[in-house]
Design a protein around this ligand. Structure first.
Ligand SMILES: [Zn+2]
Length: 364
C-alpha cells in the first residue's frame, strides 16, 4: 500500500468524523471521493481495517445487476425482482451483486436551530448590524437570531440588586422566545452567544430556580466575566445546557478587573472554566472586544470557523486550535480587597446615578 494514499484516505475519514458528515458510504462512493480506482483492493483493505478497529461498521448493500439500472436495492428485500427497473433476475439469469458499504461510528453534524445573542455593556456599537449581516451571509444555515437588548447598562453593573433585575428580565424574555419557538415548531432549545456582561447575566439566569425550566443548546461565552469555578458541569449533567465553548482573548485587559468592581464576577474569560465538560479556547491576539471586530466575527462564524464548527460538529472529536485546560487552582482575590474596590465602585455608582438616568432619558 502506498503510504501517501493511505494517509489521504485516513485524512478523509478524519474529516468526515470531525464534521459529522457523509458517515455512510459504499466502497465505490468513497473511492470516487478520494479519486481511487473502484477495484482498488488496498482501499477495501483499508476500510475493512477501520471495521476491525471499531471505527466503522460494515453492512454490504446489493445493487441491481442490470447494466442501465444498477441502483442500490432497498435493504431487507427478498430481491428476485428489481423494484426500479422491474427486471426479474431469475428470468434474466443474473443475481444482485453485493457491494461493500460502511458506516463510520460517530455522530452526525447538528443544525443550528436558532440563536440568542446577549451582548455586553455599551454594545450599541456597529457590531450588532455587522453581526446580523454576517450571520445571515456566512452561516450555512438560515437560523433565526434574536439579539437581546437590555438597554443602556452602564453603572448598573456595580450593583447586585440591579443585576437581579436585569437577569430576571433576560430570563423572562428568553422564556417568551422559547414559547414562540415552540409555536413555530422550532426546537425549544436555542443556542446562545454571550459576551462580557451578558455572560454574567446568563449565568445568573441559569442559577435562578424560577428559570430552571429553561433549557439551552450549545453556549458560546466570549470575554466571559463568569467565575472560573462556575458549575457548568452540573448544568450539563442536568441536561439544562448541551455544551459550552469559552472563547478567551489573550490580550483581554477588562476581564481580570471584573471581580474587583462587579459583584459575583470573575475572570472566566482569561483563566478559563475549570468545569471539565467545558471547552476553553484562547485567541492570543484578541482584546476584550476582539470577538466582534467584523473580520474576526466573520471568521468565527464562517463555514469552518470556530463558532460555527462548535455549533454544528460532533464534539467528541472537536479539538480546535488554541484549546487549553486551565490551572485547577484558581481562587478569587481576597474578599476584603474585593469589598473595598466594590464599595468604591458602588460609591461611584451613586454619585453617577443621576447622570446615568439623564443619559438614558436622552439616549435610550
Ligand atoms: Zn434494476
Amino acid at each position: 500500500m502506498n503510504a501517501t494514499w493511505s494517509d489521504r484516505w485516513q485524512a478523509e475519514i478524519e474529516r468526515r468524523l470531525g464534521e459529522g458528515v457523509e458517515l455512510e458510504f459504499t466502497l465505490g462512493q468513497f473511492a470516487q471521493a478520494v479519486e481511487a480506482g473502484d477495484a482498488d483492493g488496498a482501499l477495501q483493505a483499508f476500510l475493512d481495517g477501520l471495521v476491525s478497529a471499531s471505527i466503522a461498521l460494515r453492512r454490504d448493500v446489493y445493487r441491481c445487476p442490470m447494466g442501465p439500472c444498477a441502483r442500490v436495492l432497498p435493504a431487507g428485500m427478498a430481491n428476485t425482482v428489481c423494484p426500479f427497473c422491474l427486471a426479474d433476475y431469475q428470468q434474466e439469469g443474473v443475481a444482485p451483486e453485493a457491494e461493500p458499504a460502511y458506516r463510520l461510528v460517530g455522530e452526525n453534524s447538528r443544525d443550528i436551530r436558532w440563536v440568542i445573542v446577549i451582548h455586553g455593556m455599551n454594545s450599541r456599537a456597529k457590531w450588532q448590524e455587522v453581526f446580523s449581516w454576517e450571520i445571515a451571509n456566512r452561516l450555512s444555515y438560515s437560523a433565526p437570531v434574536l439579539i437581546y437588548k437590555y438597554g443602556w447598562a452602564t453603572i448598573d453593573v456595580f450593583a447586585r440588586w440591579l443585576h437581579e433585575r436585569l437577569a430576571r428580565r433576560l430570563g423572562e424574555r428568553m422564556r417568551i422566545a422559547i414559547e414562540q419557538a415552540q409555536k413555530s415548531r422550532l426546537p425549544t432549545r436555542p443556542d446562545i452567544i454571550a459576551h462580557s456582561f451578558g455572560t454574567l447575566l446568563l449565568s445568573r439566569v441559569l442559577e435562578k430556580p424560577e428559570f430552571a425550566d429553561l433549557k439551552f443548546g450549545r453556549i458560546i461565552t466570549a470575554a466571559s466575566i463568569v467565575r472560573p469555578d462556575f458549575d457548568w458541569d452540573r448544568l450539563i449533567e442536568l441536561g439544562r445546557v448541551e455544551a459550552v465553548l469559552n472563547h478567551v482573548g489573550g490580550q483581554d485587559r477588562a476581564v481580570p478587573l471584573a471581580q474587583y468592581a462587579i459583584p459575583g464576577a470573575g475572570p472566566g474569560g482569561t483563566v478559563g472554566y475549570l468545569a471539565a465538560s467545558t471547552l476553553n479556547v484562547r485567541a492570543d491576539h484578541y482584546g476584550h472586544s476582539g470577538f466582534f471586530i467584523p473580520e474576526n466575527l466573520g471568521v468565527a462564524i464562517s463555514r469552518h470557523g470556530l463558532w460555527q464548527a462548535f455549533l454544528t460538529r460532533p464534539l467528541a472529536h472537536f479539538r480546535p486550535q488554541g484549546a487549553f485546560v486551565p490551572e485547577p487552582h484558581w481562587r478569587p482575590a481576597p474578599l476584603l480587597l474585593r469589598w473595598c474596590t466594590r464599595a468604591l465602585a458602588y460609591g461611584v455608582f451613586w454619585v453617577l446615578a443621576p447622570f446615568s438616568w439623564l443619559r438614558r432619558r436622552l439616549d435610550p
